[in-house]
Design a protein around this ligand. Sequence first.
Ligand code: FES
Length: 213
Amino acid sequence: MKMSKPNENHACACSCPNLPANELADSGRRQMLTSALALAAMAPMAALADGEPADAAPKRSTKPQEGDKLAFMLGEKEGKEILPSDLKIGAEPTLAYPLDPATGKALVAKASLLVVVRLKPEDLKPGSAKNAADGGVVAFSSMCTHYGCPITTLHPNGTQVVCNCHGSVFNAADRGVVTNGPATRRLAMLPLELKDGAIVVKGKFDGPLGPPT
Ligand code: FES
């Protein structure tokens, strides 16, 4: 897919100020995708706000934890486990939720949404390499650290991910550090490993999620 240059002036669907949108370029489709993802990510939060039956059994946290697998957020495989073979070098990032191995259910919440991408192993810096599964599969919180839009796009250089709201770029090959603002804080990385042929969460996020408060 032909990529447009990330643009700091993109309009967006997040709760940020209404920045100029004088060069929307070809981002219409991506904006729609970003908007849809933002709404989809928020829907579970709204459902939770409606409350649950008082006698509902306690549920585990939706935060990813050691031993979780990963599930597709969208598409025909929605809710299904992501296998190593599903992730290709150079493909657009996959949006994912943790998958509770005890129930086989995706743990749906905005704060647990992940952006997952397979990089060339030789491109990984040590900080990302130690948290990668199957040589090059890395996962980060999808919540942009600028204003919280979901991150959905691979940069043309193949090693970075882009937030389409205002063009922040994060280096997936180096612990999600910011390489182009307006975001100033790196993405939180979720450590992964390959276990019995499956992509498995190895630990907690290694930093705070979303924008600084
Ligand atoms: S929300 Fe502004 S760059 Fe991501």
